[in-house]
Design a binder for this molecule. Structure first.
Ligand code: R1P
Length: 276
């Protein structure tokens, strides 16, 4: 058996020994957004480190555990923290959690992140619905022998972010009086923040927000046929827009402040998606 698939299968079996919970919606919480997971009706919690071979989060603000439970009767699995490529993991490990959640039954995926604003009309604390992405600055998680059980070799990347899910988000935002921005997310490898010139480059490429996660996860999820939506919390204007130095503390603080609106938006997104 292929080593990547074998590891996935092992993690799946180990998870099955801990819980047979079947989530419908999977949610990944980005930097500083993790507290939301503790506010749902929790059924089971599984620490990443209790799954042999599973990649463990090393970044501040990423607790590193799965929370299984219900958001208004909708069965969900929440990743309270993710792993990033810059932490030194192989790309296939970075997306292993996404693949595992799909194997457990999740059909829909809500990806969230903290991101820098490339579009200079965005303010810190704004939310951006991801309409498309640029993932080519990091290796594709699909490199290597194709995992036929998961998806096809040459996977289509049109409509990564599902149209109907986007409608749900827009409708929810209107109802909640949230000025939801829309735009393109670009993933760079990190861990260094972008230089002012790199922010300019991202703008030339058509990006509106920049981060170090999410796009690779969306590629793996699309490969498996998951329906995806994505929300970036713009935690700071990108380098060079203001001359203020960037810091992970600021990223976490801004995400923290945006938490109440974020919570309401995710809540509405989950219930709206479940009704489709
Ligand atoms: C930088 O502050 C960190 O925040 C973002 C960046 O990708 C980077 O890891 O984290 P998430 O994308 O996990 O939200």
């Amino acid at each position: 058996m292929n080593a990547v698939y074998e590891k996935l299968q092992q993690c799946y079996e180990s998870m099955q020994e801990k819980t047979d919970f079947k989530p419908l919606v999977a949610i990944v919480l980005g930097s500083g957004l993790g507290d939301y997971a503790e506010e749902i009706q929790i059924e089971t919690v599984v620490d990443y480190r209790d799954l042999p071979g599973f990649p463990v989060s090393t970044v501040e603000g990423h607790k590193g555990r799965f929370i299984f439970g219900y958001i208004e009767k909708v069965p969900v699995v929440i990743m309270q923290g993710r792993v990033h490529y810059y932490e030194g993991y192989d790309m296939t490990d970075v997306v292993l959690p996404i693949r595992l959640m799909k194997m457990m039954g999740a059909k829909a995926l809500i990806l969230t992140n903290a991101a820098g604003g490339v579009n200079d009309e965005f303010d810190a604390g704004d939310f951006m619905m991801i309409t498309d992405q640029i993932s080519t600055f990091v290796p594709s998680p699909l490199i290597g022998p194709n995992l036929e059980k998961l998806g096809e070799r040459f996977c289509d990347m049109t409509g990564i972010y599902n149209d109907r899910f986007q409608d749900v988000l827009l409708k929810a935002a209107r109802k909640l009086n949230i000025d939801l921005k829309e735009g393109i997310y670009v993933q760079l490898s990190g861990p260094n923040f972008e230089s002012p010139q790199e922010i300019k480059m991202c703008r030339i490429l058509g990006a509106d927000a920049v981060g170090m996660s999410t796009a690779c996860e969306a590629v793996a999820a699309k490969h498996m046929g998951m329906k995806i939506c994505g929300i970036s919390c713009i935690t700071n204007p990108g380098a060079g827009i203001t001359m203020k130095p960037l810091s992970h503390e600021e990223v976490q603080e801004t995400a923290d402040k945006a938490a109440p609106q974020f919570k309401a938006l995710i809540h509405a997104a989950v219930t709206g998606i479940a009704e489709l």
